[in-house]
Design a protein around this ligand. Structure first.
Ligand code: SF4
Length: 429
């Protein structure tokens, strides 16, 4: 319970990038400066009340001191659930093909077959990359690709077999609900049968990507509704029912707004109440640089800083007790804002080391494609938290209280700009 106290407003301390530093403020003092309706909602949350969709919408309207109170509430809930550990996972992204003619308007990743950058990895190359990842300490490979025309549905199964034959103990986190739908259609079998086949061949979990915003009108504009919200929900629930857990995601900052974010979070919370299958929630800010939708003048240039802060914090509050892992995507936010959200805004997981991130990079994101385990640890310590390596299901594998992971160079050499950016974020706030 947080008591409301009268307080004297004071000038907030700002970090060097102009963001208010909240670590030295108490929730009580911030609530005392907040609007009464917002303070009332946040007080209720701290006494265990579930955040309702209308109240979540009110919180998305928070600015200035009200926003600081929202962030602090999210941070208190994070601390209660996750303590002072910030986790990460050593993972390699393997995007086995970028050839895709689906035409999603936000996508800067898809290429035509005759594009010089078009790529389709052989099974041998996919397995080789998985083996190389294992040698670099990975416990997981994340496999996703475009919807390659005329691919055999069995190729998805064959990818799993190729990896498991070469690296039996690696966790395979693979195939979005859109790929599950596509593969099952290519084989002419229901999604459930397709998922059972994949599980039998080594599928561990699935990414909850391709969710974008689970709203009919928005999806109509983003993807021509080729994977409907109902289909996404049905595939995810089916996977969970088969013991195949998944992440959950939301892509925001394009043609959407707070009412869509609240609807989306509510859908995820309802699914979780039914299945318990989500491991985490990962907000994914829209990367606009190479997105057709942006160039056609139909979208905003990604979320603002405040929108990024609000989405992570309000997700923490909204999903509290149901999905208690909120991840920052450092490729979308950039390492510095990712650190800020972890320190002040309710997130508890730094995501993956990635090794070969190509989806955001292809869309123009400038933040590089790998953060090594040692760099993860340094960035986490720089915000005063304890780094810990986890597996896909959030079991802690190693805490770095008093030692470091091995210092290995990035798989793909960085540009000088990327090196400078990473060096800067080791200093904290
Ligand atoms: S988002 Fe995926 S399905 Fe859509 S165009 Fe891009 S690669 Fe294809």
């Amino acid at each position: 319970m947080t008591g409301r106290m009268k307080g004297t407003p004071r000038s907030p301390r700002m970090d060097e990038s102009g963001v208010t530093v909240l670590a030295d403020r108490t929730l009580e003092s911030l609530l005392s400066e907040a609007r009464p309706d917002i303070a009332g909602i946040l007080d209720g949350v701290m006494t265990g009340r579930e955040l309702s969709p209308p109240d979540a919408l009110t919180l998305f309207g928070a600015e200035g001191p009200d926003l600081q109170a929202v962030l602090k509430t999210a941070d208190e809930l994070r601390r209660a659930k996750n303590g002072d550990v910030v986790t990460f996972v050593i993972v390699r992204n393997i995007n086995f093909t970028n050839i895709c003619y689906t035409g999603c308007k936000f996508c800067g990743f898809a290429k035509r077959k005759d594009d010089p950058e078009a790529e389709f990895l052989t099974l041998d190359e996919i397995a080789r990359r998985a083996e190389e990842a294992r040698q670099r300490g990975a416990t997981e490979v994340c496999i996703q690709g475009g919807l390659f025309p005329n691919i055999a549905g069995t190729y998805y199964r064959d990818i799993l077999t190729a990896i498991k034959t070469r690296v039996p103990d690696i966790h395979i986190h693979a195939f979005s609900p859109f790929e599950i739908k596509y593969g099952s259609e290519r084989m002419g079998i229901p999604a459930r049968e397709f998922l059972i086949m994949l599980k039998d061949h080594g599928l561990g979990t699935i990414p909850g990507t391709a969710a974008e915003i689970l709203d009919v009108e928005i999806r109509q504009q983003l993807t021509r509704n080729k994977l409907t919200a109902e289909e996404w929900i049905s595939i995810v629930k089916t996977a969970h029912g088969l013991g195949i857990r998944s992440t959950s995601t939301m892509m925001y900052g394009h043609i959407d707004g707070p009412e869509h974010w609240v609807g989306h979070l509510n859908t995820l919370r309802e699914i979780q109440k039914e299945t318990g299958g989500f491991t985490e929630f990962v907000p994914l800010g829209f990367i606009h640089w190479d997105a057709p939708l942006y160039y056609a003048g139909g979208a905003r240039p990604g979320p603002t800083r405040d929108e990024n802060l609000k989405v992570h914090a309000i997700a923490r509050i909204f999903l509290n007790g149901w999905i208690d892992n909120v991840q920052v995507s450092w490729v979308k936010l950039g390492p510095r804002l990712a650190q800020y959200v972890l320190k002040n805004g309710g997130a508890n997981d730094f995501g993956g080391t990635l090794m070969n991130e190509t989806i955001s990079r292809s869309a123009g994101a400038p933040h590089g494609e790998e953060v090594t385990p040692l760099e993860m640890c340094r960035m986490i310590r720089a915000i005063g938290r304890t780094p810990a390596r986890r597996n896909t299901l959030y079991d802690i594998l190693e805490r770095y209280d008093d030692h470091d992971p091995p210092d290995i160079p990035p798989l793909v050499p960085r540009t000088p700009d990327q090196e400078r950016q990473l060096a800067a974020v080791n200093n904290g706030f």
